[in-house]
Design a protein around this ligand. Structure first.
Ligand SMILES: [Zn+2]
Length: 255
């Protein structure tokens, strides 16, 4: 698994309302020192997670080079890394595009998440500290505030990041990196397959998971997390069918 920066790392101001794609990238471009390739990777990842870049969007090298004021070589490195992370597809002679994950890939991503995350919360229920519970409560409050003010990029980011926060609490960087990658790919999948799960429902499910963790109830936490991931997956339109108007007009959400 590659070293893709987390959506959280990519957005230091993740709890405020982010601006448009170009503004997000411009902020990243001017944000302090650090490896330029990684900053480009982080900006594009954040834009995907926050639904600013849709699957299939062309990522023109020269435009990105202009935004970041860097050479096309550095942009190409970033696009190569995003391609290894499966967020970008490189097409010979045509260039780079935001990836369009297949139905099979979507199923596999959610299968791996269920395996990893159920093991993860089981362990966390045994080791969680009061300080970690407090951190999770704070994260939930931020989620809820973003849901209430209908801050779509903010809530999408926070709801996805919840899973990475859980992973980080086990002090296992390999696990945290894997979760970051899987959560970013899940965001892309949700964009592709139009999840109809509401942000309110996801938020409530996160609260129930944290309640169980606080009680150190490993069985309940594991079951609630599995139920949550299943409802995220179930609410994707992985089975193509003719949409009816009610479905089409329902609010679109990710996890
Ligand atoms: Zn979730």
């Amino acid at each position: 698994m590659s070293r893709m920066p987390s959506p959280a790392a990519a957005a230091p101001v993740r709890r405020s309302r982010p601006a448009g794609v170009k503004a997000v990238m411009a902020v990243q471009a001017s944000a302090g020192p650090g490896n330029t390739t990684e900053r480009i990777v982080a900006a594009i990842t954040t834009a995907i997670v926050e639904r600013r870049l849709m699957p299939g969007t062309k990522l023109a090298e020269q435009k990105i080079a202009d935004i970041f004021k860097v050479s096309r070589t550095l942009v190409r490195q970033a696009l190569n890394q995003l391609s290894r992370d499966k967020l970008v597809t490189l097409e010979p002679a045509r260039g780079a595009f935001v990836a369009q994950p297949s139905v099979e890939e979507a199923r596999q991503v959610f299968e791996v998440r269920q395996m990893l995350e159920s093991a993860m919360v089981k362990r966390l229920a045994a080791s969680i500290t009061p300080a970690q519970v407090a951190e999770l409560r704070e994260h939930l409050r931020a989620e809820q505030a973003a849901v209430h003010r209908t801050d779509v990029p903010g809530r999408t980011h926070l709801l996805a990041d919840f899973h990475v926060v859980l992973a980080r609490m086990l002090d296992n960087e390999v696990l945290a990196e894997m979760l970051r990658d899987l959560v970013s790919r899940s965001s892309l999948i949700s964009l592709m397959y139009q999840s109809s799960l509401s942000a309110e429902q996801s938020q409530a499910e996160h609260v129930a998971i944290v309640d169980a963790l606080e009680r150190r109830d490993a069985r309940a936490a594991t079951r609630l997390l599995m139920d949550h991931l299943q409802s995220v997956e179930r609410n994707l339109r992985l089975n193509p069918r003719v949409a009816d108007l009610a479905d089409v007009l329902r609010p679109i959400e990710t996890e």
